[in-house]
Ligand binder design. Sequence first.
Ligand SMILES: NC(=O)c1ccc[n+]([C@@H]2O[C@H](COP(=O)([O-])OP(=O)(O)OC[C@H]3O[C@@H](n4cnc5c(N)ncnc54)[C@H](OP(=O)(O)O)[C@@H]3O)[C@@H](O)[C@H]2O)c1
Length: 267
Amino acid sequence: MDKYFNNKIIWITGASSGIGEALAWELSRRGAKLILSSRRIAELERVKNNCAHPDNVHILPLDLTDSANLEAKVPLAIALFGHIDIMVHNGGISQRALVAETDIAVHREVMELNYFSYITLTKALLPHFIARGSGYFVVTSSVMGKIGTPMRAAYAAAKHALHGYFDCLRAEVGQYGIKVTILTPGYIHTPIATISGDGSFTSNKSEHINAGFSADKAALQIIKAIQNEAYEPYIGKFIGEERLALFVKRFLPGLFTRLISRFGTPK
Ligand SMILES: NC(=O)c1ccc[n+]([C@@H]2O[C@H](COP(=O)([O-])OP(=O)(O)OC[C@H]3O[C@@H](n4cnc5c(N)ncnc54)[C@H](OP(=O)(O)O)[C@@H]3O)[C@@H](O)[C@H]2O)c1
């Protein structure tokens, strides 16, 4: 058991696969009580049954794009264990297509899932956190939430929006004992679904994701970041081009812009 996580009640979206699944296993091993959400009930049951303490895991199926019914999931989640300590916003999809070939409908779809669902759940959960005088939002953004490269406009726009919203939220709610961590993962090896410019899903994943950091190792880094209450931790390979890109963008933005235009050709 772990002093920080033991008996903490943690709601994870995107828990049926990849980063969310690995995080669920690690948190259960540390004694956390979990609420696992995504669309696929059978996959959520599988993740639950593979947890160290399945008796301390509830599943709460939901579709993050079902905006009319999303808010109503919050009281249901709170009722499962009586309260919530940590909300991990993690569900999402990837996107790859040139701007010139991306339908506006795709931008809206990515924004709905990767941005609006996060803020809908946050707004609905906030009164509970404020009333308790504690609470913690952990938000899975991406390195693409800090930089822009070819083929990623819809995804990068939604992830950048998360930084704007959750940085403002952090500045507002620290006074109530509420914390915010925005995770910026590099390439993580997961089966993430990727939408293309016409709205179809493609199995043509980036070779970077296929060669990415393991979700299990990412989960360990995320757990450390939560314990440290880090503001915006990078998650991924210690030495890798994503981390280098963050560094160059931050300290040499002009150089970054020239390099990405010249060498940022998608693979
Ligand atoms: N993999 C990477 O390289 C990488 C890098 C940076 C950031 N990220 C971010 O990490 C997060 C997790 O992605 P992952 O890589 O672990 O991919 P993943 O294995 O495909 O996990 C995505 C999760 O989101 C859920 N999801 C997708 N659409 C949903 C919907 N409409 N409603 C509810 N849940 C939905 C999926 O579950 P269901 O299909 O069961 O609904 C799944 O549990 C995402 O926010 C992604 O942007 C990933």
